[in-house]
Design a protein around this ligand. Sequence first.
Ligand SMILES: [Zn+2]
Length: 211
Amino acid sequence: MDAILKSLEKSGGRKILPKSKRPSQAEAEDAVRTLLKWMGEDIEREGLLDTPARVAKAYGELFAGYDEDPQDVLGRTFEEVGGYDDMVLVKDISFHSHCEHHMVPIIGKAHVAYLPDGKVLGLSKIARTVEIFARRLQTQENMTAQIAHAIDEVLQPRGVAVMIEAEHMCMAMRGIRKQGSTTTTTCFTGEFRNQPNEQVNFMTLLRFRKD
Ligand SMILES: [Zn+2]
């Protein structure tokens, strides 16, 4: 158990509070009641009676990524490539995350590629890695880098490329209310970082879209 906590604590370069140090479910529900009252709600009205429990449960799902370690998902066993050494690209991985500044949704797509060095990942593992980092409070920049570095560390390919395109609801719903604008971030490691032609290949493959 200690080993699990230890690796989780540094998962994605961030400290994660061990479960034993977290508030109880009842305390989380009380915190929701406090926010409702602060907003001006009557927490005794029927429609809101179960809301604190529902919100705590929803948060448990939306932020389940704190209790999962991408290193476990990516695993330590890989498939042999059988001579394949060209780019592997998984594109249009949909995700929902929440910005760490406002705890408001970030909705987007991740595109992840790597250049194998003798071994490849099961394709579903890449989508699961995106999911784990999405289910934490995020900045888009950090999430992009965390996905790239997690794959880089575990698989040790010749290079990893990650592009994320996302809409930030904190921009669409509050503040400057810019609707429909997307933010693009990229992170390149290894040959994707050092060899511009590999970046061009990645961008070119991304452009072959059906939409
Ligand atoms: Zn925000």
